[in-house]
Design a protein around this ligand. Structure first.
Ligand code: 5RP
Length: 294
């Protein structure tokens, strides 16, 4: 029975203070539900509004990739230096501790492997919404192939994922694929990022290009940039710096971190650029310092 005798009477109603009506800092997501915002806030740091996502999902189309032969050895040491882990459910389940505190972005579609010239042909759901919930996913990633034969199929998978995600408060990351036939131009990325956002993506992963500030401005949700093939460390830091200065809200980087001669150094250096506005030269010093601590 409730003990209602002798309790202090409630009186602190602060009648002169308006109710807290916090805005929400993740671009384009202010009208989403609480659960969705909570997951986005686990991915994008409130202090910077940005995120460092570590991508190790390459095996879903490429099999073992240089640097990712033993994910169980390579990825866990990098977890403290990143905000989000991006991988397939198979690899997250087998190689990442469930006690991990970083957010998880699960790749939920499959595509044709590199054995086929046209990887856009033949995609489908690899991890349905029930499995994503069971994984406690903070985000679901869907690859899309604009300008390729699998374009409409991949857009359908994106929209269906976004439908399921909005039902359960799990954001969808739309990934812009660049295939052999696809141009890496401002014109292409303007179209691709906008199409993904309009079809339900809460976040878009795309590539840095000349004219990126217009691409970022025209995309109503945050863009995180992919790293792409391994570059010399300073060049990768320069690319991340330019992207952030021109409106990206983070990186979703794989090879430029785990293929580096100091993955920890690169993860920390990228974090300084993304969250603290370090210049490439300052961040390169961080990388060098950690590399030589070994
Ligand atoms: C391709 C992908 C990749 O699988 C991966 O996430 C890319 O990472 P990086 O290019 O930085 O190695 O998203 O679209």
């Amino acid at each position: 029975m409730a003990d209602n005798i002798g309790n202090k009477a409630a009186h602190d109603y602060h009648l002169d203070v308006p109710a807290a009506q916090e805005g929400f800092y993740v671009k384009g997501n202010a009208h989403c539900g609480w659960g969705m915002k909570n997951r986005l806030a686990r991915m994008f740091r409130p202090e910077s509004g940005n995120t460092v996502m570590l991508a190790f999902d390459h095996g879903y189309i490429m099999g073992p990739t240089a640097g990712l032969e033993r994910i169980d050895l390579v990825i866990p040491p990098l977890v403290p230096d990143v905000d989000v882990l991006m991988g397939t459910r198979g690899v997250i389940r087998s190689c990442i501790s469930p006690a991990v505190s970083a957010a998880k972005c699960v790749r939920v579609t499959y595509d044709s492997t590199v054995l086929y010239d046209d990887m856009s042909n033949g995609g489908g759901i690899a991890c349905d919404i029930n499995s994503a919930i069971e994984m406690n996913a903070d985000c679901m990633a869907v690859q899309t192939f604009l300008g390729a034969s699998g374009e409409s199929r991949s857009l359908e998978l994106l929209a269906r994922t976004a439908d399921a995600g909005s039902r359960y408060g799990i954001p969808t990351l739309g990934v812009v694929a660049v295939g052999k036939e696809m141009e890496r131009t401002e014109k292409f990325f303007l179209l691709a990022t906008r199409v993904l956002a309009e079809n339900g993506a809460n976040i878009v992963k795309s590539y840095y290009c000349e004219g990126f500030e217009r691409v970022a401005a025209a995309c109503p949700v945050p863009i995180v940039i992919a790293g792409g093939k391994k570059l010399p460390e300073l060049e990768a830091l320069e690319m991340a710096y330019r992207a952030i200065q021109e409106g990206a809200h983070g990186v979703d980087m794989g090879r430029n971190i785990f293929q580096s001669d100091s993955p920890t150094g690169m993860a920390q250096a990228i974090g300084k650029v993304v969250h603290e506005g370090y210049t490439p030269a300052q961040a390169y010093e961080v990388y060098q310092e950690i590399k030589h601590q070994k």
